[in-house]
Design a binder for this molecule. Sequence first.
Ligand code: GDP
Length: 468
Amino acid sequence: MERETIAAISTGMTNSGIGIVRISGEEAFPAADRIFRGREKVSDVKSHTIHYGHIYDGEEEIDQVLVMAMRAPHTYTGEDTIEINCHGGTFVVRRVLETVLKNGVRPAEPGEFTKRAFLNGKMDLSQAEAVSDLITSRNEYARKSSISQLKGSVKNRINDIRNEIIYHTAFIESALDDPEHISVDGYGDTLKTAAEKIVSELDRLILSSDDGRIMREGIQTVILGKPNAGKSSLLNVLMGYDRAIVTEIAGTTRDALEEQIHLKGLSLNIIDTAGIRQTEDIVEKMGVDKAKDYARNADLVIYVVDASEELDEDDDKILDLIRDKKVIILLNKSDLKTVVDVDKMRERIRTVWINDKNADLSEIPVIEISAKEEQGISELEKTVEKMFLKGSISFNDEVYITNARQKSALTDARESMKKVIGSIENGMPEDFYSIDLMDAYEALGRITGDSVGEDLINEIFSKFCMGK
Ligand code: GDP
């Protein structure tokens, strides 16, 4: 195991009040002694205390700081740790780091502190990943599911299942070793019941991952509609609604900007197709193919209709585009005299989606709103929640899987457990089940990190931010 002492800047790289340089490893205290001048030597102070003083690079005073001294093993990494709180100017913090690095310490890789925490047994892999998820969380659901995973919800649930699997495997193995004293007669039934319970538990976790992704990443949303339907008015209302926080982030799927709107705890990542803001016809401006492309990649299409005008063939074009999508249709301008109502809209959909006779159109939400008077917005909000979260979300005892890697491990474990059940049903010999049981055990170990190779570990932590 690596024992070099590492250091990095743990705070953001903008000028701010305080910046933190973190050092972890056996050389942390000796290095601090060499560069810190205060009332006491850092290596003489009690663990988990804070000390005022100055950082010196040779005889050059660099900054006025507070030093936090924390001895192993009760630290984040499990190693001796020093955190230097210095002034948060990007230059000053970097200068302090440089000084540290001249003293037997090397720069940390991204995520290396957390990687050490994992390797030193301070947390399992699911908790380590939760750290990164918490840092990147952008809404309440993402934050809640990350903090619950960090506290060990996923780890505990997976370990419970693994323990049960290993118990049955051990029983079968010992029975095979010692058939005179341990009988496997009738054990198939016991195991089958247990395996079925495990499969349904895995099913539940796998299902939760759909909600998990939406919670974590937000709902990719496209707003479509003809010019003047009220798309930008709607966007403005949504932004101002419920003190929503609006953040501009680079689009994940393409170079288009996304605007993120938070409704209750969910995020709508509104893909700012050029058309929305400039009150131009998105279909005309970008061409049908491009619009189709946006719509195809979206989790949700919000189709805004000016209900004070008759529907025309442009509406049919849009309807045609979105026939396979999750759609919410908003009949806007309900404050005016309207000519399109919910029934008329549904009738129009029926005509356009002629091939989908069986589709239950009553399932498609059509909501009358007024962007101008801010009417109908809470119904829109409720509809979005109902469409995207199956059941109400409580984080008290529910475990949510938000991570694609974890989902695939769960799916593999489920496959193996299904094979166990199949073997029992077909009356196969016991050593058959134990192979599949061990496969399931291994697959689940990929979540906790018990059965992952070094390459994967490195890959996972390399995606962390610097200094964590
Ligand atoms: P966009 O082209 O789809 O983005 O439409 P805009 O949001 O720019 O709205 C077009 C026009 O319709 C503007 O003059 C808005 O003030 C008006 N408008 C938008 N929503 C409503 C509404 O709910 N009621 C009324 N009466 N006018 C609206």
